[in-house]
Design a protein around this ligand. Sequence first.
Ligand SMILES: C[S@@+](CC[C@H](N)C(=O)[O-])C[C@H]1O[C@@H](n2cnc3c(N)ncnc32)[C@H](O)[C@@H]1O
Length: 359
Amino acid sequence: MIKYLGSKRRLVPVLRALFEASGARTALDLFTGTTRVAQAFKEAGGLVTAVDCTRFAAVFAECYVATDARAVDRHALEEALAGLDELPGVPGYVTETFSRRARYFQPHNAARIDAVREAIASHYAGSPLEPLLLTSLLEAADRVDSTTGVQMAYVKKWAPRSFAPLRLRLPALLPGAGTAVRGDACQLAPSLGAFDFAYLDPPYNQHRYDANYHVWETIVAWDAPGAYGVACKREEIRTGPRSAFNSRRTMPGALAQTVKDLQADVVVLSYNDESFLGLDELVEICAVRGHVECLEFPSARYVGARIGIHNPAGERVGTVGRLHNVEYVLVSGARADVQRTLRPLRAEGPAPAIGATSA
Ligand SMILES: C[S@@+](CC[C@H](N)C(=O)[O-])C[C@H]1O[C@@H](n2cnc3c(N)ncnc32)[C@H](O)[C@@H]1O
């Protein structure tokens, strides 16, 4: 899986335990990102729908959630990956934009990304293998990038991993059906259908995911967009719509409406303590579902916060901020459903469940 801000790697066991304890069969992961939470629900036997507004997350959802591993022609997939992995580099848009103008990839890898992406477009567009091959390419590119984890700037010296050659790997597909949807959570929430369990992990602040991961957007779109600024971001990021969840002004209303609009028995929301909304406001938003309880988890902050703020020349220009924050997990729904969902975690003792709020 790619490096991703706000990815719920550490919370996955908790979220999976909540899903299993709830007795749910159908699950929604409304801000799916890497899809790691949706994958955990699918592994636990859930029939999962994964939603995100970005192109690359929709590709991951097609690959890991919507694709049934049992229905994939594994031989054809392995053969396709082997063929792509052998292609020599052919410099194109990625080389020019993300290796010469910006420095996200070393030239040898940028040219290979160009060649592989072009071949996927020529031979696999529209086929069931397309999202699997694109996922393999994005994950391979992520393993050899030269960033601190976001694509808003590149590091001054090539990152050690960027010297390694790009290598395509077989994505770890899961058996079972599922659904991938690309779109805006606010608009989709009323029409996605009914779920036993819905998980919401909206962005925490003004930093846009389509901007932070614009290189992945461009590799998926493969539309050679105009690029601006030091980071060579897609022109549409300057001009196009922005998510309501990335603005302090619009986020509270968007979240409240989304939580209200969902058809789900249990709604689980994760958020943290340095975001637009405080815990009291989050509880109030979830109270529309009925009873609300909250778990709290201390967590180490994003590596960028630990190494300080740097300008494009790599010089330190800021101070190191807080090193820890608290991750909230709010569980809401009918009282009996919420209590059943939380029972195994409560039974484990006081840690990690240290907060309980009833509305
Ligand atoms: C905190 S991240 C989710 C991380 C994910 N749970 C994981 O573990 O990888 C928030 C996600 O919300 C998506 N997003 C932002 N605004 C959105 C919107 N209006 N509708 C749907 N998805 C949105 C972003 O693209 C991003 O992937």
